[in-house]
Design a protein. Structure first.
Length: 125
């Protein structure tokens, strides 16, 4: 069975590009365009991993990550922040909110795939 990845990002082009690249490598992709719908999708669709943007309208990625890590149903889902914010305070805030890893856009596809596979293989549910 294909591993399911939830992409939460407010930029349709980012979702479309990631979806195309990851589906071509055998992943099942679901997506949400804001934090609130991302929380809902994580609870109902039970993804194997979440790629989460930080800068989104309404609820930002830090808040989404914190909420997911507090919920029994979602706390063990690995979360990789995939964002344009590369400052050290942003990286620190991501880890404080519970993110498992952090990748700055524009990302390197081989690095992204290596991290996806690492977290999906080591995930305990």
């Amino acid at each position: 069975m294909a591993k399911k990845i939830l992409i939460i990002d407010d930029e349709p082009d980012v979702i479309e590009t990631l979806e195309f690249m990851l589906k071509a490598r055998g992943f099942e992709i679901i997506s949400a365009s804001d934090g609130l719908s991302g929380l809902s999708r994580a609870k109902t669709d039970n993804p194997d991993l979440i790629l989460l943007d930080i800068m989104m309208p309404g609820m930002d990625g830090y808040e989404v990550c914190s909420k997911l890590k507090r919920e029994t149903a979602t706390k063990n889902i690995p979360i990789i922040m995939l964002t344009a914010k590369g400052e050290s305070d942003a990286v620190l805030s991501a880890h404080k909110s519970g993110a498992n890893d952090y990748i700055v856009k524009p990302y390197n596809l081989p690095t992204l795939l290596a991290k996806l596979n690492k977290f999906i293989k080591t995930q305990k549910r």
